[in-house]
Design a protein around this ligand. Structure first.
Ligand SMILES: [Zn+2]
Length: 732
């Protein structure tokens, strides 16, 4: 009996415990599902990034909720029907059936992921995604998953399905830093969400799942494939579906809600902490730059160029005043969302000033004479020589640095670098901020001075501004800074003066570029153009005391330009942007003010030189010019004979065997990456040179020029009497 009773009471106690525990679990369950929601999570202001303003306070980019005139926060009672339908089709087929968490969705996701051997589906309901967006948890731990699940269950108990869907549409990311479907439909299609067609809605609904992977502006094919999938899942009436399938999506050209989209992207990437971020940009100048680019659009298209990057730097502060990455952010077919200011490309001749700056730092001057003649330079590869050619295929003999740089001749620049060594130029360029030059000096070789290594427009502008700053570099900034920043000397004031004086010398470049074109201004501007391998990139970079302006024209997929050179592609845009930027800096154009960009320092003096020798003229020198020479060097006088007839040794006619004088037997030629193919011709010379018929690989050719093509070649010369000579060459 006693034992029995004890058992009974034990059982009762156990039941009591169990009941209590069950009640607790039940209450906990109820609390989980019906417990309170932190209302501040739902405050629209919580869910958008900062307001980005220009240097004068003009808004460049603002959180949606704060823009009073467009109340773009979608409400449950005005759900745009088509996007709601497309979103459910894309994200959560059972949205109206589950209670926040869907076992079926999770099971389906697991099956699909196992089949695909990777995560293709998250198994999250729209409600769970809302919870995730509200909590903004970026760590994917079990704990955050549980918190999100709890919030999802509570959302379902507190709000209607339509309210939850509205929250989702307001918060979801649609790529390109666009949150909320209202801004997305405005940005991509220039319409309010209510006006989206089924095809547009399906497209937008497919974006949030992987906003970067489906970025329509960067990879339109994948985005379209996903759109078609969503369209099928929308269960539209047959005729509506068929029409939607055929609809061609046209992205909005002029509905850009943001001034300087690429720039804003860069600023947001800095993850600034302030609610209001004051940037360096000048919105007025930026809009002018955009206007200049669109005014040139047709001309650029004629040259096969679809993208333009332009940036303007304030030299004194190092702040970016204008920044346009492609000329058309929403030009999806041509990679408009790519930021051309920071894209690495071949700079062509725009690196030449740094070769000569380095030369000036090591004892040369603008009067130093270099040889512009057919020459071959050894490379790091044994038996391979580098044979640079000039733009026009001509050689000009002895040439002073001033003419060589101003006229952008290739051969003297390579001859100069051969004296200095590619290592020292590479070190100099890296020190100037060209961080993309990460290969060895052997890898780049002497072609480094002709721009065969890739750099960015941002780096070029930053480095050029050191010339305007008399040799000093300062860190550049996307933000408006109060205090001036520390600077560091890259080269001497004299080097900065010489380079600037040459680049702003319209007379010195006239023999190569003509005059009165886009490189000439009614006040001093230092300017350099560049064109890369096979005309893929076209550049113009220049500066005044106040600003440095850089322009790149090309295609992100590297399609070559047509008939465009440094003077016709980027230069007209450069010209207009430079005028606008100087006007902004000065208030008015300083027309006729010939104050040099960089003042001559005390250690140069303006003296007369012989144009041929670069030395002080003697009485026989036929042409005399003014030049700035170093004060510390003793005056050397020209000792050339300056006779009209050439050196007598050449005139001494020699009886000789018929032979090929050029190319030499066994020579190796490198195809020059910076020249157009038609300029890559090899001049063939035989001696004596009358009535020579040339053959290449036993094929007769016309004349005495042969366009280089890669491979081993046998070149044969036959004279009138049938005498012949052959050489073998290799072209790489
Ligand atoms: Zn002379």
């Amino acid at each position: 009996m006693k034992v029995e009773r004890r058992r009974l009471s034990e059982r009762r106690r156990l039941a009591g415990w169990l009941g209590g525990a069950l009640a607790a679990v039940g209450l906990f369950g109820l609390w989980i599902v019906y417990g309170p929601i932190d209302e501040s999570l739902l405050d629209p202001n919580q869910h958008h990034s900062q307001t980005i303003i220009d240097r004068n306070g003009e808004i460049l980019y603002e959180p949606l909720a704060q823009s009073g005139n467009r109340s773009q926060w979608i409400e449950a009672k005005h759900l745009p029907e088509m996007i709601a339908r497309a979103t459910i089709a894309a994200e959560d087929h059972d949205f109206y059936k589950h209670r926040g968490i869907s076992g079926r969705a999770i099971a389906r996701a697991i099956v699909r992921n196992v089949r695909a051997m990777r995560v293709v589906e998250g198994g999250s309901t729209i409600t769970q995604q809302v919870a995730k967006l509200l909590l903004k948890s970026d760590k994917r731990t079990l704990w955050t998953k549980l918190r999100e699940a709890k919030l999802a269950l509570r959302l379902e108990s507190h709000y209607s399905k339509r309210e939850i869907l509205a929250l989702y549409l307001n918060l979801a990311p649609y790529g390109n830093r666009i949150n909320g479907v209202a801004r997305a439909s405005h940005t991509y299609f220039g319409v309010v969400p209510e006006s989206l067609t089924p095809a547009q809605a399906a497209f937008l609904a497919s974006l949030p799942q992987r906003p970067s992977a489906f970025n329509p502006l960067k990879d339109s094919e994948r985005a379209r494939a996903r759109q078609r999938y969503v369209l099928r899942a929308m269960d539209l009436p047959k005729d509506v579906y068929e029409r939607a399938e055929k609809e061609e999506l046209r992205f909005s050209d002029d509905a850009q809600p943001v001034v300087a989209m690429h720039f804003v992207e860069r600023v947001l990437a800095l993850q600034p902490k302030e609610q209001i971020v004051r940037t360096s940009l000048d919105a007025k100048l930026q809009r002018q730059v955009a206007g200049i680019i669109s005014a040139q659009k047709n001309d650029l298209l004629r040259h096969g160029a679809h993208s333009v990057a332009v940036a303007v730097l304030d030299n004194a502060s190092g702040e970016w005043l204008a920044w346009e990455g492609s000329g058309n952010y929403f030009g999806g077919d041509f990679g408009g969302a790519i930021d051309g200011v920071i894209a690495a490309r071949q700079p062509g001749s725009t690196l030449k000033p740094f070769t000569y700056a380095l030369a000036f730092e090591s004892g040369r001057s603008p009067a130093t004479v270099l040889m512009d003649e057919p020459s071959s330079f050894p490379t790091s590869q044994e038996g391979v020589v580098y044979t640079p050619r000039n733009y026009d295929g001509r050689y000009r003999g002895p040439i002073r640095v001033r003419s060589a740089l101003a006229g952008s001749q290739n051969v003297p620049a390579v001859a100069m670098l051969d004296q200095l060594g590619p290592e020292s130029l590479l070190r100099f360029l890296r020190n100037a901020g060209f961080k993309t030059l990460d290969k060895t000096a052997d890898y780049y070789g002497l072609g480094l001075t002709l721009g065969d290594a890739e750099v960015t427009l941002e780096q070029l502008i930053t480095a050029y501004s050191a010339f305007a700053r008399e040799g000093r570099v300062i860190p550049t900034s996307l933000l408006h800074r109060q205090a001036p920043t520390a600077n560091r000397r890259l080269f001497s004031q004299r080097t900065a003066f010489w380079i600037t004086d040459i680049l702003s010398d319209a007379d010195a470049r006239e023999y190569a570029f003509g005059s009165g074109g886009n490189l000439d201004f009614p006040f001093p501007v230092a300017v350099k153009t560049g064109t890369s391998q096979a005309y893929r990139d076209n550049w113009t970079i220049g500066y005044t005391k106040d600003v440095t302006v850089g322009v790149w024209v090309g295609n992100f997929d590297r399609t070559p330009l047509r008939g465009s050179s440094g003077v016709t592609g980027a230069a007209p845009i450069f010209n207009a942007v430079m005028l606008a930027a100087v006007k902004h800096a000065r208030g008015a154009l300083p027309i006729g003010d010939m104050t040099p960009v960089v003042a001559p320092p005390a250690n140069v003096q303006r003296v007369e030189i012989c144009t041929l020798s670069g030395l002080r003229p003697s009485t026989y020198c036929p042409a005399i010019q003014q030049e700035w020479l170093p004060t510390e060097q003793p005056a050397r006088f020209c000792d050339l004979r300056h006779q009209p007839d050439v050196a007598p040794s050449v005139q001494m006619a020699r009886k000789e065997e018929f032979h090929i004088a050029s190319p030499p037997d066994g020579a190796t030629y490198l195809i020059d990456p910076t020249l157009r193919r038609e300029f890559q011709a090899l001049k063939l010379k035989a001696s004596p040179s009358n009535n020579v018929q040339w053959q290449v690989n036993a094929q007769k050719i016309d004349g005495n020029e042969w366009p280089l093509s890669p491979g081993q070649h046998t070149i044969t010369a036959v004279d009138a009497s049938g005498k012949r000579d052959s050489v073998r060459i290799l072209v790489k």
